[in-house]
Design a protein around this ligand. Structure first.
Ligand code: SAH
Ligand code: SF4
Ligand code: F3S
Length: 458
């Protein structure tokens, strides 16, 4: 059973040693995917309601929390590097260090025991215990570990503390039951469970009232969303109907069970963005089977065909190169799949063996690193050319852009995204434009990642 926040004693946290009213300041760094970003917002909420404060600077913090990812080995390595950065602060002035998230869940006691500088280690289903464990660590210097996975925890009534802006995420489900053989997520985030749609819709309405314009619904496999008679398409359409919300996105659907109603929603509802992220992983049937993906190359391509028949819907994907025993010929099938589909964009990864996964236990990681890197490099280069070509084909056309804020490189330029999720940058000219507006931009140039243009004259 989940514990309601109102059941918890209200503690105003104060620094005993400083004898001031100031609350303990927490600095959180987030690694990994959008689900982890969302979890950080939940953690902020849990801590805020117990009197903790926050800082944007690790050096000024009383507590540093690293919300970690375990998807590939380099995700682990980044966390070890950051931990080392805080070592001196911990011994000099008693900084409390907490490791949260998927790496905490994945390595559990091994990580806790081997890294004595970690004071608190909490997995994704145990965040309700974090405030107490932190208080004990700060005030009694005790170390705490909470890594129980839950079949029910959805943090239903916790309202995330978001960073502001135009975009917000809502996790509509947690966990994953797919057990793709390469993937650690089912072990770090446990069994699939869907949130009550009423709670999701209330959250969406509150976001609209706060001025958010775009909502991205998150789940490891959103096609599996189920709550009584609600499926994901019904949920998506209901969120799209919330007044004030201009755009709705979702990630990720799984190609093995893409429901026709979801495609209808993308193709037909004006507020559901015309973009589908559809991870292919490989274009070779033997490798797909070895990965446990439950679809063939032909089925994937048929789905792409069905999507394309419904109109101009941008596709992006994830690809893994150098999975166990992948030959050059099998890799070439992936290249051919990418040539056939011509994705708008793609995330291309080297296979990274994860302990305890099915592949980690059963299939040797036998493709040499140099070959994995070379295969990734070839595909990235090819995809860059396709993305640039697709973006340049838009020159002269007008695209609808949600204004998100200043461009990274200049405060004199705006940045936003098209419905197909391509970044657009243009000079600020009209003083009336503000973040959250939907504007028309005529494309004048395009690189692999960005469109450049100016406001369409009406
Ligand atoms: N649930 C999402 C995937 C989340 S992980 C989905 O199925 O769409 C994001 C991506 O990381 C995966 O699509 C896959 O391409 C990649 N990935 C996962 N495990 C990996 C591993 N062990 N090595 C390399 N890439 C991996
Ligand atoms: Fe991992 Fe597969 Fe689940 Fe995605 S669907 S999180 S790749 S096991
Ligand atoms: Fe996300 Fe990484 Fe966990 S990709 S679900 S934070 S393993």
């Amino acid at each position: 059973m989940s514990q309601s926040l109102t059941d918890l004693p209200l503690v105003t946290v104060q620094k005993t040693e400083k004898k001031s009213q100031e609350s303990y300041r927490v600095y959180i760094e987030t690694f990994g995917c959008q689900m982890n970003e969302y979890d950080t917002e939940l953690v902020r909420s849990l801590l805020k309601s117990r009197g903790f404060g926050f800082t944007d600077h690790g050096e000024q913090a009383d507590v540093v929390l690293l919300n970690t990812c375990a998807i590939r080995e380099n995700a682990h390595n980044r966390v070890y590097a950051h931990l080392a950065d805080y070592k001196a602060l911990r011994s000099q002035r008693g900084l409390v260090i907490g490791v949260l998230g998927c790496m905490a869940q994945n390595l559990k006691k091994d990580l806790f025991d081997s890294q004595s500088m970690i004071d608190v280690l909490v997995g994704p289903d145990a965040y309700r215990r974090l405030p107490d464990l932190l208080l004990q660590a700060i005030e009694a210097r005790t170390r705490g570990l909470a890594v129980d996975l839950s079949e029910y925890e959805t943090y239903e009534e916790i309202l995330p503390v978001r960073g502001g802006g135009v975009n917000a995420w809502i996790a509509v489900m947690r966990g994953c039951d797919n057990f793709c053989t390469f993937c650690v997520v089912p072990y770090t985030r446990g069994r699939e469970r869907s949130r009550n749609p009423q709670g999701i819709l209330i959250e969406a309405q509150q976001l609209a009232e706060q001025g958010y314009k775009q909502i991205t619904l998150l789940g490891q496999n959103v096609n599996s969303y189920r709550y009584q008679d609600w499926d994901f398409a019904k949920l998506l359409l209901s969120v799209a109907e919330v007044p004030g919300i201009e755009r709705v996105r979702f990630t990720s659907p799984h190609p093995k069970d893409f429901p026709p109603a979801l495609l209808d929603a993308v193709a037909e509802h004006p507020k559901v963005c015309n973009h589908i992220h559809l991870p292919a992983q490989s274009g070779n049937d033997r490798i797909l089977q070895l990965m446990g993906r439950c679809y063939s190359r032909k089925e994937y391509l048929e789905l792409v065909e069905a999507i394309r028949r419904r109109g101009d819907i941008a596709l992006s994907t994830d690809i893994i190169c150098g999975f166990c025993s992948e030959t050059e010929e099998e890799y070439q099938d992936t290249i051919r799949l990418m040539q056939e589909v011509e994705f708008q964009s793609a995330f291309i990864f080297k296979y990274s063996e994860r302990k305890n996964t099915i592949a980690g236990r059963k299939h040797p990681d036998d493709v040499p690193e140099s070959i994995k890197s070379e295969r990734v490099g070839r595909l990235i280069e090819w995809q860059r050319d396709v993305s640039a070509r697709k973006n340049q084909a838009l020159i002269g056309q007008s695209v609808k852009v949600l204004v998100e804020g200043d461009a990274k490189k200049s405060k004199n330029q705006w940045m936003g995204h098209t419905e197909s999720n391509t970044t657009v940058v243009w000079n600020k000219a009209d003083r009336l434009v503000k973040p959250g507006d939907l504007v028309s931009i005529t494309v004048e140039d395009g690189s692999a990642s960005t469109l450049y243009g100016s406001p369409t004259s009406s």
